[in-house]
Design a protein around this ligand. Sequence first.
Ligand code: BMA
Length: 395
Amino acid sequence: MHEVNKVGSLIVKILVVITHVLIVMSCKSLPPITDASYEPDGKLVDAKATENTKRLYAKLQKIATSGFAIGHQDATAYGVGWKYADKRLAYWSDIKDVAGDYPAVYGFDVGHIELGHPYNLDTVSFTLMRDLIVRAHENGGIITISWHLDNPVSGGSSWQTTAAVTQILKGGTHRDKYERWVARLATFLNDLEAFDGSKIPVVFRPFHEMNGSWFWWGGSHVTASAYKALWIETLDLLMNKHNIHHLIYAYAPITISDENDFYKYYPGDRFVDVLGVDIYNHGGNENYLKNLKQNLTVLRQIATQKKKVFALTETGSNKPPTIDWWTKYLYPGVKDSGIAWLLLWRNAHAKHYFAPYPGESSAADFQIFRDYKDTLFLGDMKAILEQPISGSQKQ
Ligand code: BMA
């Protein structure tokens, strides 16, 4: 019996070694997760990043020295009480309506691109999304994309938490399906072309808020090592199988308690360009302000040491903001923090919105916020940056 156990454990050990060797071999184009020789050098994850992608990173670094760019999710696709389609080709945004200027950063979500659907999970058509991305880029805006992809095992949404991460890693039961999903994502990303034919650089922020347990890729539904493997394997597919070289990669947990919390799922310096954090106002204004200050201080320390850009990658008030929310809570929390941008989440309707809209009770305060010299809207960006990333500067 004892001998049988020994043989069994030997077989297990051999299998572990073989698996490890296979993983290392199949990832040979990417360095190992813990690479002691790695020196922060300000270089991008993607060694073949296009010139425009490098310029975007330089632009983000430059922005952070003057203030922070203001962003909005689905800014030009819809707002409270309107949808792009209703506007009959007008290019509009709730922020423009309130502040008289467009956002500088444009967030979009490609959830359901993996299914081959014509619309994303929030009913924005991918054709429209592409057009809005091109337009924002040509106007000098910055694009960031998140991915609320469905659960590849259960077929449920991102919030359906059946175990799925190890199943889509190399050798997993649902690997082929996942590779088909990434191929569809890659096709969409490849179609993002500026007027001059160059690829539009994008800050890609996949598998976000992984330290919470609401998505199938996060918290209690994944081990840290499986998460890191998913991150690295996904980047490998995009860069090395699909030849996508116009992405800047952003890693973004939800509100962290400390540095360890930030690092728990961190895939490594070689695989992350931008350090992000998503912070919402769940627990009241004072608590929100405290979280902003604490979290951005931690991020700043890590980012400075690593010479990386950092950002408040999602934010907003879950309840309608108090009338002075922008100047009394958001602004003091981000002022002089060193972030390159902040992204307000989407304006779906009057019960789910994160940016003001005409008639909304905090709109006047947002105009004061806009007038601060470090809150950078699209018009301000032009003054800060002499050089466009690429393409024309039409407004
Ligand atoms: C969430 C909510 C959802 C939406 C999802 C993806 O935070 O806004 O309604 O479907 O983001 O955009």
